[in-house]
Design a protein around this ligand. Structure first.
Ligand SMILES: C[S@@+](CC[C@H](N)C(=O)[O-])C[C@H]1O[C@@H](n2cnc3c(N)ncnc32)[C@H](O)[C@@H]1O
Length: 380
């Protein structure tokens, strides 16, 4: 096996590493080739983890931290931790595939990295054996089979990072899949991405609460093909109770576009998606790091900061425009009208034409029409 692998040298962040050359670049995740797959499209995902883990190392209460890249493939994320983070820590990179283990070991040896160990285990076994301050769960597909063991392993005030690429289930294309995996009813419609992300968070929250653990989301986001969240762990019963209270079903009647349909969506996470104070600190750390997606990442931090204070769910100007028969106003005009009426309005990561507000639906309609220059209706 070792001699037949052809490698390419890749730089991500400020780390140089080796990944197997991909024979068929169009085929996506290299499972079919049996070789660990390096996916450049996940650079933003890894850049965020560099910033979040640096925050943990800089502000956490421990003298020494143990960081686990649990589903490591080539090991790129853990290699980057080892090379790009400052503080007192060890990195463990784990993958159950022999080919991955071989590639990870090659990378560690070539770079003479000292604070990093390679493991070749089923992640769930490793999580039952050891405790960690940071656990990264980045699977192909759904993370559901790893979160229970991760909750047993993660230390108080540690951070658990979870990715999910099964977005079709979470966003309601396959509602039965969502029900089976996440025990929740999704929604297929305008706000499905936020509903999906909150179902994933709700699932993680429930897995925590059953172990008498509470979670505090640091940041949570959805991109074109995956969802990702970082939660800080609080190992005590009051936090677990607070967490459990935030997992709620939502009546379909209370969700825009309001329909007179029976039933509910979720249960899902009804608390904030981000921690505003921590996001402010992450912004500062992000500015100082050498990461390839810095521009995009900093833009997203600003959006998350704004979104952290916003209520659940959102409207889009396109839908309101067709409902109210006026062509959608520019967002600046809408913001100005809301501010003139002392009503809060927030941008959202889920749609560039979306907005969140605690205003009532009647107020939203009135102010929306006021902002439309060519409205046929006059709501005032
Ligand atoms: C999406 S890839 C990980 C990508 C990697 N985190 C990165 O940033 O490049 C998922 C990896 O999980 C590994 N894997 C799947 N199930 C596993 C399990 N139960 N225990 C350990 N590794 C597993 C696969 O071999 C695969 O390499």
């Amino acid at each position: 096996m070792s001699t037949s692998i052809r490698y390419q040298q890749i730089t991500e962040g400020s780390t140089v590493f080796f990944a197997p050359e991909q024979k068929n670049k169009d085929k996506g995740p290299g499972k079919k080739q049996g070789l660990p797959f390096y996916n450049p499209a996940m650079e933003l995902n890894r850049d965020f983890s560099i910033v979040v883990v640096q925050w943990l190392l800089s502000t956490g209460q421990r003298k020494h931290f143990s960081l686990l890249d649990g589903l490591a493939a080539t090991g790129v994320r853990g290699l980057r931790f080892s090379n790009e983070l400052s503080g007192s820590f060890d990195v463990i990179i784990n993958d159950w595939s022999e080919e991955s283990f071989f590639v990870m070991q090659k990378n560690v040896k070539e770079k003479s990295l000292k604070n990093i160990r390679c493991e070749n285990q089923n992640l769930n076994s490793l999580l039952l054996e050891e405790k960690f301050d940071y656990i990264d769960v980045d699977p192909f597909g759904s993370p559901v089979s790893f979160v229970d063991a991760a909750m047993k392993s993660i230390r108080h005030q540690g951070v658990l990072a979870v990715s999910a690429t099964d977005t079709a289930g979470l966003c309601g294309v396959y509602p039965k899949v969502c029900l089976r995996r996440y025990a929740a009813h999704p929604l297929h419609g305008p706000i499905m991405h936020e509903v999906g992300l909150r179902i994933l968070l709700g699932f993680v929250a429930r897995e925590a609460a059953k172990h008498e653990v509470g979670i505090q989301p640091i940041l949570s986001y959805k991109t074109d093909h995956y969802m990702r969240l970082y939660v800080q762990i609080h190992r005590n019963i009051p936090s677990a109770n607070k967490t459990a209270k935030r997992i709620q079903p939502i009546s379909k009647k209370d969700v825009y576009p309001f329909k007179d349909e029976p039933g509910f969506i979720g249960p899902l996470w009804t608390g904030s998606l981000h921690d505003k104070k921590i996001i402010k600190m992450l912004k500062g750390i992000g500015e100082r790091k050498t990461v390839g997606t810095k521009k995009k990442m900093m833009k997203l931090f600003s959006l998350f900061e704004e979104e952290s204070e916003a209520p659940l769910f959102y409207y889009t100007t396109n839908e309101l425009g067709s409902l109210l028969r006026c062509s959608p106003p520019k967002l600046e005009e809408l913001w100005e009208t809301f501010h003139q009426h002392d009503l809060p309005i927030f941008r959202t990561q889920f749609d560039p034409t979306g907005f969140k507000t605690p205003a009532s639906f009647d107020e939203v309609k009135t102010l929306f029409v006021k902002s439309c220059k060519n409205s046929e209706w006059n709501y005032v």
